[in-house]
Design a protein around this ligand. Structure first.
Ligand SMILES: Cc1cc2nc3c(=O)[nH]c(=O)nc-3n(C[C@H](O)[C@H](O)[C@H](O)COP(=O)(O)OP(=O)(O)OC[C@H]3O[C@@H](n4cnc5c(N)ncnc54)[C@H](O)[C@@H]3O)c2cc1C
Length: 443
């Protein structure tokens, strides 16, 4: 059987390669790791979570919870690895990023059907192999220019930001405290309380802090999606107190008082040795991050394991370029998956990697690539969203209930509405999968 090539062993590419191998399909998986990294990647391992370690809600009446249920029915391998390496985070699926990537790397490297090739590609290959391009939001300029040659539309850009991570042992727990908002669920977050005076001093420094430079041409582009903390602060003195630094429900057990503002830290790894500052994605220069974030009570001596950064995020105008199968309209040898398609976030990367792989597999077997999920499902709607031509500027998208067709009966209560979406989606997906035996072929 002719091999299928996957370029990029991030989340989408790893899910694609493991899916193909589970179907008995030989794969060539190419990535520049470990020899070379994008500006956001730090680990030599494959399937790296570049920023947050959270794959969002597990509650199946929320959109990201339902997306997980749908992925489970599709046998998503990366999702089951994530479940295996869960760390406490209330109702969210947060994972130990090291253990997660370690296992993905091992499964890929040990799989006799996957041939891993370390290479930095500067152009798309031009042969008769079917190729899935999953090089992510930081696809290098040369490769992107080569992709661009196949596209009718201009490529698009926007920005994403990551929050800093500090070590647990450097947090002063005589000042900070563990607590969940209104004591709901388990106390997974560490809270750093601020009084009014401290908040105002912190705010004053934050709004005048030095920012890292942007390249000139990037400066003109609009910031969307992931707002840095300093930009949010500049909207007004109280904006942070009503946003990521909201103190409600977080009474300080050391004093019995409700703080004026709170910085929350979320566990990063299963050893609970690393914590990220929730909502603190930033473009501050590194020394400024150290100086200003150390003004936060409890973080006076914080050891920064990773500083926050901002990066360009590149994606194609998929509504003009891709079919719902993730195949490129202008050249059917190519499929795209992951963030480069404009689908946002970790879960969408897994979803698109899975679906693109199944379609590529069908095509490689000489069958019709027609794995398009029902319209009642979130994944099916993401496929439709990507491939539905529109005159509006194409915007990135993640899974949300707004994509789904309305329910027959109007349900007012949010949670009940979510449950109805869930039941309808899973029923139609199960029926669809029964007809398309392909998923059940996988072990
Ligand atoms: C700074 C930043 C922060 C983010 N934070 C979050 C977050 O907190 N939560 C979230 O859900 N999403 C976040 N995202 C979006 C995130 O990128 C995606 O959710 C996810 O990583 C996309 O997976 P992917 O497989 O498409 O790309 P990636 O995971 O980026 O994988 C791409 C792979 O392709 C390889 N590659 C790239 N170019 C080449 C080349 N020319 N030759 C060979 N190999 C190449 C890379 O080495 C990499 O392994 C963030 C993105 C950025 C840039």
């Amino acid at each position: 059987m002719k091999k299928i090539r996957v370029i990029g062993a991030g989340l989408a590419g790893s899910e694609a390669a493991l899916t193909l191998a589970s179907l008995g399909q030989p794969v060539i998986l190419i990535d520049m790791k470990p020899g070379r990294m994008t500006p956001a990647h730090r680990s030599e391992k494959l399937g790296e979570l570049v920023c947050s370690n959270s794959l969002k809600s597990l509650q199946d009446f929320t959109a990201t919870g339902l997306q997980k249920k749908e992925l489970e029915l599709l046998n998503s391998q990366l999702l089951s690895i994530a479940m295996k390496h869960r760390v406490p985070a209330g109702n969210a699926l947060a994972v130990d990023r090291e253990a997660f990537s370690e296992e993905i790397t091992r499964l890929i490297m040990d799989n006799p059907l996957i041939e891993y090739e370390e290479a930095y590609l500067e152009s798309l290959p031009d042969d008769d192999l079917i190729t899935i391009v999953a090089t992510g939001p930081l696809t290098g300029n040369q490769l992107f220019a080569s992709i661009q040659e196949k596209l009718a539309e201009e490529s698009l850009y926007f920005y994403d930001a990551v929050a800093p991570i500090v070590s647990f042992e450097s947090i002063n727990m005589d000042v900070a405290y563990k607590k969940s908002r209104y004591d709901k669920g388990t106390a997974d977050y560490i809270n750093c309380p601020m009084d009014k005076e401290t908040y105002q001093a912190f705010y004053e420094e934050l709004i005048k802090a030095d920012l890292a430079d942007l390249e000139d041409f990037d400066r003109k582009l609009v910031f969307e999606g992931c707002m840095p903390i300093e930009a949010m602060a500049r909207r007004g003195e109280d904006t942070l107190r009503f946003g990521p630094m909201k103190p409600v429900g977080l009474t300080n057990p050391h004093t019995g008082e409700r703080p004026y503002a709170v910085v929350q830290l979320r566990q990063e790894d299963s050893y609970a040795s690393m914590y990220n500052l929730v909502g603190f994605q930033t473009r501050l220069k590194f020394p400024e991050q150290k100086r200003i974030f150390r003004m936060i009570p409890g973080l006076e001596k914080a050891e920064f394991l990773r500083y926050g950064v901002m990066h360009r995020n590149t994606y194609i105008a998929s509504d003009h370029e891709l079919e719902a199968t993730f195949r490129l309209k202008s050249d059917p040898r190519f499929y795209f998956a992951g963030q480069i398609t404009g689908l946002e976030g970790y879960l969408c990367a897994l979803s698109s990697g899975k679906i693109a792989a199944i379609n590529a597999y069908l095509q490689n077997r000489g069958e019709e690539a027609n794995f398009v999920l029902p319209e009642e499902t979130l994944l099916g709607q993401l496929q439709t969203y990507l491939s539905r031509e529109s005159s509006k500027k194409f915007e990135p998208m993640n899974a949300n209930f707004g994509l789904l067709p309305p329910l027959e009966l109007r349900i007012k209560k949010k949670q009940e509405r979510g449950m109805a979406y869930r039941d309808r989606s899973l029923e139609s997906l199960q029926a669809y999968l029964k007809k398309h035996a392909i998923i059940s072929e996988a072990p």
